[in-house]
Design a protein around this ligand. Structure first.
Ligand SMILES: [Zn+2]
Length: 506
């Protein structure tokens, strides 16, 4: 008898692509169920001028899948409360901080959400409030609150009992895991792999199919697949680009006729540009699981679910009203970008990109007398590529949701050198410093330089720059200027062609 044999077919974006399908001879009761997967969603409405994404479209797709099979479960593999432009909008005295996202996911019919690293960008109070507002179940097995206790409203796993038409049933365990980056002071982590192993071993014999809903790096997901052969499927996130990997493992309990099996890992594109539809079929007698996964682009070809679209519009309007009060016209087109702009966290926190050079160009344009301009890479919060084409003021807010004024100072060379050394040490974090103008090697310790920088860098809150404030000896504040977003909007509007000339590689 073939036990735990797994078969999967994976369809790519175009055509039919079959990854190692094996024939099965399951003749007993088979129970089909569907998992609709999305991950890393920050925008409730379609992005890129309406071309991609949009949770009202996903809601319609979900309904269609549910009509085809009532046993349809929608899962989100982490990262949704933050970062987003709308989330920074002030409403009734507090930032939205993911409230708009929870409301839309409720309307969309989400069933389970894994906790991602960006969920901890919001305050402890906002985090707890968002959980309380959720109609869906939050999951993570390896996080606890600051005191080491389980968060109210977060379960380590859920076991679904899905009945078949002929009296059988399949028990599906969904266990979630969270990466330990962006750690806030109100969360603690345990090792994801040993934690998962502990739970899965303790539930031995009680679960037929194990699904890991993870927000981990691909390397961690591969290690998880390697370490825990009981996992049948890993649905992940965090990378922002669609990934499908079939990790080859040797099943410890496999029979001679099924010596090998794989644990497929799937991640969809961020912002619901795509979602994964996993059609699973479980044979209760032979304990065979068949997995048929399809990457589904979310485009205008999918109509919006009207009820969800109404909730999207309502929150978008709340956010846009706040932005208008702050002096922005969200839908106004600022410029047409001839190329995609790179605002991925991994890049803007470790080197310059075409987007960071665009921002330093705008700062230099605003302050032509400054010898050097400087901002912290963590100011850019899009963590995505901005497609070529029309850039709206809302896009500028998406790139720089927290804004802030630019301040000019006169700074002694030795202090500037000290700051720049720390900026290099901060590589890989939000405190990495993006620069333009004077080459650091040309700075003389005793000379005084005019520097334009973000006011945040003078608050003493940046990593390793706690000594840097308005009152630091060797530094004199000349004046506070405009919000960086207004500076960028004006620069792009007035220099539509020069701005993108010789901007270099992404
Ligand atoms: Zn993430």
């Amino acid at each position: 008898m073939v036990k735990n044999q797994r078969v999967w077919l994976t369809r790519g974006l175009g055509g039919l692509l079959i990854w190692g399908a094996m024939a099965t001879v399951c003749r007993a009761e088979t129970i089909p169920f569907t998992l609709l997967q999305l991950n890393d969603v920050y925008e409730i409405a379609p992005i890129d001028n309406g071309r991609w994404g949009g949770l009202a479209r996903v809601a319609n797709l979900r309904r269609q899948l549910e009509q085809a099979n009532t046993h349809t479960y929608t899962v989100l593999a982490g990262d949704f409360l933050s970062p987003s432009a709308l989330g920074t909008a002030l409403y009734n005295g507090d930032r939205l901080a993911g409230r708009q996202m929870v409301a839309v996911l409720n309307a969309m019919g989400l069933d389970y959400a894994a906790v991602g690293n960006h969920e901890f960008d919001v305050s402890a109070q906002q985090f707890r409030q968002r959980i309380a507002e959720s109609d869906f179940q939050w999951l993570s097995a390896n996080i606890a609150d600051g005191a080491g206790n389980q968060f109210t409203g977060i379960k380590p796993y859920e076991i679904l009992t899905i009945p078949g038409a002929e009296g059988g049933e399949v028990k599906v365990g969904i266990l979630a895991l969270t990466i330990d980056s962006n750690a806030a002071d109100y969360v603690t982590y345990s090792d994801p792999i040993s934690t998962a192993r502990r739970y899965i071993q303790s539930l031995e014999g009680e679960v037929d199919v194990w699904v890991a809903l993870t927000h981990l790096s691909l390397a961690q997901d591969l290690a998880l697949a390697q370490a825990i052969p009981e996992l049948d499927l890993i649905l992940g996130g965090h990378e922002h680009e669609n990934i499908q990997r079939n990790h080859l493992i040797i099943k410890p309990d496999s029979s001679a006729s099924c010596p090998q099996a794989q644990t497929p890992i799937f991640k969809a594109d961020a912002n619901a540009r795509t979602v994964y539809i996993h059609q699973l079929t479980y044979d209760t007698d032979r304990q065979c699981l068949e997995i048929d996964s399809q990457l589904q682009p979310i485009t205008a070809a999918i109509a919006e679910d009207p009820a969800t679209a109404q909730v999207v519009d309502q929150w978008q309007e709340i956010g846009f009203t706040a932005f208008r009060q702050a002096g922005f016209e969200p839908m106004a087109v600022v410029v047409k970008a001839p190329m995609a702009l790179d605002a991925l966290d991994a890049h803007v926190r470790s080197r310059s990109t075409n987007l960071t050079r665009l921002i330093t160009r705008a700062m230099q344009y605003e302050y032509p007398a400054a010898a050097m301009v400087m901002f912290n890479g963590g100011m850019v919060r899009l963590d995505d590529l901005l497609s070529a084409g029309s850039i709206t003021q809302y896009d500028i807010i998406r790139i720089l949701p927290f804004g802030g004024r630019v301040v000019t100072v006169d700074i002694r060379g030795d202090l500037l050198q000290k700051v720049l050394t720390q900026g290099e040490k901060n590589r890989g974090t939000g405190g990495y410093l993006q620069l333009a103008g004077l080459a650091p090697a040309d700075i003389e310790p005793d000379k005084v330089y005019r520097l334009a920088l973000m006011e945040y860098l003078l608050t003493g809150q940046e990593v390793g720059l706690d000594y840097l404030t308005e009152n630091t000896p060797g530094l004199k504040v000349i004046g506070y200027g405009r919000d960086i977003r207004s500076i960028l909007v004006d620069y792009l509007q007035n220099n539509a062609h020069q701005a993108f000339t010789d901007l270099g590689e992404p």
